[in-house]
Design a protein around this ligand. Structure first.
Ligand code: DGP
Ligand code: NA
Ligand code: NA
Length: 211
């Protein structure tokens, strides 16, 4: 199929809390824009929507929500963004996304009583990332970084279970990246991977989770 404009790539960053995702996402978008490549930063949860406000209050431990219910709110927060994401991707903008459905499954299924297959179901059909850049850092190293422990989930035992869950979701779109490097070293690796992914995505249709 020929296209007038080649589409942008959907590049997702995943990893445990404090692995450096947000810093790397921001630096990547800046670098791509400087190279004349259309790219936009995106993040989940998007705390600015009505659903996102509920999620944010939950994460800041200002309210309690039943585990299934909060899982579905996180998922709804992704679905509500899909029309805009698809519009941007098809107009040629690459989306650099800080967390996605994999966070949803890894974090929620780390709770007792929620299993991975149940957690995956509401995410079925979301646009499939062209690549998942997984920033690898041990939960111990992460816990030594600034601000750790303020929000719900930022506890070493919980993060260990999250890390195990992530391992069960890896496929050939995942790139495992050592996040113990300096910010600039990591950025160099990330940028090189992203450029390859953007080039490759041009000739491919966007897929759907979880295929
Ligand atoms: P951040 O704003 O990137 O620090 O992420 C907020 C926290 O929420 C982080 O601990 C990861 C967690 N999280 C992100 N997405 C989901 C999700 O879909 N479900 C659950 N249970 N937790 C999530
Ligand atoms: Na966090
Ligand atoms: Na579980």
């Amino acid at each position: 199929m020929s296209r007038l404009i080649s589409r942008g790539a959907l590049i997702v960053f995943e990893g445990c809390d404090r692995s450096g995702k947000s810093t790397q996402c921001k630096k990547l978008v800046e670098a791509l824009n400087n190279d004349g490549i259309k790219a936009k930063l995106w993040r989940f949860p998007d705390r600015d929507t009505a659903i996102g406000v509920m999620i944010s209050r939950y994460l800041e431990q200002k309210c309690e929500l039943e585990d299934h219910a909060i899982h579905l709110l996180f998922t709804a927060n992704r679905w509500e963004a899909v029309p805009r994401m698809m519009e941007l991707l098809s107009s040629g903008t690459t989306l650099v996304v800080d967390r996605y459905a994999y966070s949803g499954v890894a974090f929620s299924s780390a709770k007792q009583g929620l299993d991975m297959s149940w957690c995956k179901q509401p995410e079925v059909g979301l646009p499939k990332p062209d690549a998942v850049l997984f920033l690898q850092l041990t939960p111990e190293a992460a816990s030594e970084r600034a601000d750790y422990g303020k929000e719900r989930y930022e506890q070493p035992e919980f993060q260990d279970r999250v890390a195990d869950n992530y391992k069960l979701m890896t496929d050939d779109t995942w790139k495992m990246i050592d996040a113990s490097q300096t910010i600039d070293e990591l950025h160099t690796v990330v940028r090189a991977v992203a450029l390859e992914v953007i080039e490759k995505a041009k000739g491919q249709d966007i897929g759907q989770l979880w295929t």
